[in-house]
Design a protein. Structure first.
Length: 692
């Protein structure tokens, strides 16, 4: 069946609201502001804005709150709530809505790579590339509007937010075979299965993954929009001031201009001043071209790009220029692949515009050297020269615009190499041309069809693996530590600390450690370890399926996505259901439940609706219950007390730092526990104990 159209969160909620409990759970303030006291945040909410929970909002000075629906509904033993001492052996009908007043950590460390239209980018880099939240929320940023991420269905979805916050607690380190390992908070959902061939994958909290699980990696991907290359835009950041070398002083140049104005020719001026005639003409031309003022013409001048006849060059660079617009072709893709494998750009420190583009091949690779020269001639209409050195055969051309173009697109220096975005978005034929050229230059093909490439650039290796995956082959990614130094031909060479190897097969290998179906590769989990973390963690929010690929594995935006995102997620297991209090209690009666409870989201922030349901339930003989995080106020507890019997508090930690990482305070939770007890609720407290 086709997926249902996603409904934006706020619009869906705003159809199911009423005014909050004025005078009890909120008060009106000047300038159409309101103060909400449904939880311990006590949000001051301006007109048109929402509280921290995102479900209570100010409409023209009136607080609007959710009512009339459930996002989750389940009848099960009361011990699952868990209440272990209240009515043991009975069932409870539990309903939940949306929203929460704490922000639980369902996140990755910043090193984890996400599949985007920019390539495989780390969450930390995406955070740095994003803009501050316009509402001042320091824990989220607005990504560039063009940024998209690949979802679990292989399609591209806009990235709405990048999140980062401080986290102190347990992390799970998941090490799949063939994929790069990743560190993640225990509750973050990862698409996995244990029952290959028997049932499809489901979202499993990372903390529950074992070595019997297989992670899901999509097999098919939506084509990206092909990108042209705007050469002037790439070269513009390199414009600066060009320092002009003086051949004459200002006084001599002024005399040249005075004698010229008097009608003296260049030969006569040269004889009078002791200069060659061509030098005199050069000075006159330079001053005329640079505004006619001697003092400024002989000093530093601003560099400029010269656009002419569809080409571009620096103002100090000789003609001809290079094409100002490049459309991806197989020739250009092949040339970029050879550069990523064997190319570099060098610059003389004492000469402006001295960038040299060089391809360094082995002495035996005469065919590749000839091919590089041919491609440079075809694509850029430039003539490179070949130099045979003791250990290499170099193809070079000294042209600043061309060298800087390659350095910008692909990086320069082995540890900074990268695949251009235009290749990652290119049609398969162009991507294959790039990949084949790279493998020919710096890879190895085995008789079995296996291909292996090794590089010290992590970005290049990550994007190579991503390109291979998009082209229909499952890559293996491996990182290896290296010694700090190595002696080559009697010289001590400093090495990069890691090298990265990407391996894949052109055809189907005879034996594999992974499995497949029509939609996914299934990669076995090799190891799951646990450790502590004290630092930043990251997440992102996307449109569509609210999924993305973390180191190629499919993951979801948040842990409790069925209940917290049901209204916005077409992949959720059940639609939200409009319902009345009477209908809910009728369901409880038909199911034989003894208790009606509210949970799943944080029920304090939907207390008006809970009280409405409980007012129907208690006269019909039901016990009522809250399952809450305890971030309560006296006002909200007094509001629900006449209609609520049981109250369970999930005590997440007894360290204030941990609660602050969730956006709360331990003091508020402790006060909540104390007030619930003092007011005579049946109170049970649950703490989470994680083995190991």
């Amino acid at each position: 069946m086709p997926a249902k159209e996603a409904t934006p969160f706020s619009l869906a909620l705003d159809r199911r609201v009423e005014e909050g409990a004025l005078g009890t759970l909120y008060e009106k303030l000047p300038d159409d502001q309101v103060r909400c006291v449904a939880c311990a945040h006590r949000c001051l909410i301006k007109d048109g804005l929402r509280g921290i929970c995102k479900v209570r909002y100010n409409r023209g000075g009136t607080l609007m709150v959710p009512r009339g629906y459930v996002g989750a509904l389940q009848c099960d033993p009361i011990e699952k709530k868990p209440f272990f001492h209240a009515f043991p052996g009975t069932d409870a009908l539990t309903f939940g809505m949306l929203g929460c007043d704490l922000h639980c950590s369902y996140c990755f460390t910043g090193e984890v790579r996400v599949a985007t239209n920019w390539g495989m980018r780390s969450l930390g880099d995406l955070w740095e590339a994003s803009s501050p939240d316009p509402n001042g929320d320091a824990q989220r940023r607005v990504p560039p509007v063009e940024l998209t991420a690949t979802g679990g269905d292989g399609r591209q979805y806009r990235v709405n937010w990048i999140f980062r916050h401080q986290y102190e607690g347990e992390l799970v380190s998941v090490s799949p075979r063939m994929l790069a390992p990743f560190e993640v908070t225990p509750d973050h959902p990862v698409l996995a299965t244990q029952l290959l061939g028997q049932s499809g994958p489901i979202y499993v909290p990372a903390g529950k993954l074992t070595t019997t699980h297989f992670l899901a990696v999509p097999r098919r991907y939506e084509a990206l929009r092909p990108q042209g290359i705007d050469v002037p835009e790439l070269l513009r950041p390199f414009l600066g001031a060009v320092r002009v070398r003086r051949h004459v002083n200002v006084e001599t140049a002024s005399q040249i201009l005075q004698l010229t104005a008097a009608g003296t020719n260049s030969r006569a001026i040269g004889l009078a001043l002791g200069l060659r005639a061509d030098h005199v003409r050069h000075v006159r031309s330079r001053v005329a071209r640079r505004g006619g003022v001697v003092e400024t013409a002989l000093e530093a001048v601003a560099e400029a790009l010269v656009l002419e006849d569809g080409t571009v060059r620096f103002g100090q660079e000789r003609r001809p220029g290079i094409p100002s617009k490049l459309v991806m072709t197989t020739d250009l893709a092949e040339l970029l692949g050879l550069y990523c494998a064997e190319g570099c750009v060098t610059k003389a420190a004492d000469r402006p515009n001295s960038h040299t583009l060089t391809f360094a091949f082995g002495l035996h690779e005469k065919g590749l050297a000839d091919r590089a020269r041919t491609l440079l001639q075809r694509v850029f209409d430039v003539k490179a020269y070949e130099t045979v050195r003791p250990t290499t055969r170099a193809v070079s051309i000294s042209k600043a615009s061309l060298g800087l173009l390659f350095a910008t697109l692909c990086g320069s220096g082995s540890e900074r190499k990268k695949i251009p975005a235009a290749i990652l978005a290119a049609e398969p034929a162009m991507a294959e041309a790039f990949l084949n050229a790279y493998v020919t230059g710096d890879g190895h093909r085995y008789p079995s069809g296996k291909i292996s490439v090794t590089t010290v650039s992590e970005q290049l290796a990550r994007d190579l693996a991503w390109l291979v995956l998009r082209l229909g082959h499952l890559p293996g990614f491996y990182a290896t530590k290296r010694p700090a130094e190595l002696v080559i031909l009697g010289r001590t060479i400093k090495l990069q600390p890691h090298q990265y190897t990407v391996v894949w097969y052109e055809g189907q290998p005879s034996r594999t450690m992974y499995k497949t179906d029509s939609d996914f590769y299934y990669i076995p989990v090799r190891d799951v370890a646990r450790g502590n973390h004290d630092g930043h963690v990251y997440n992102l929010e996307t449109d569509g399926t609210h999924t993305y690929l973390a180191n190629h594995a499919v993951v979801h935006n948040c842990q409790n996505w069925v209940t917290s995102q049901a209204l916005r997620d077409p992949g959720a297991l059940a639609d939200p259901m409009d319902v009345t209090p009477t209908q809910l209690v009728d369901i409880a009666q038909r199911q034989g439940a003894s208790v009606v409870a509210t949970s799943y989201n944080e029920p304090l922030i939907t207390s008006e609706w809970a009280v409405e349901v409980f007012k129907e339930a208690r006269p019909r003989g039901f016990t009522t219950a809250y399952i809450s995080n305890g971030n309560a106020t006296r006002e909200v507890l007094e509001y629900i007390r006449p209609y609520t019997d049981l109250y369970k508090i999930d005590l997440k930690s007894f360290r204030d730092k941990n609660y602050r990482s969730l956006g709360g305070k331990l003091e508020n939770i402790v006060n909540g526990v104390r007030m619930v007890h003092e007011m005579g609720f049946w109170l049970e407290i649950v703490t989470l104990i994680i083995p190991g």
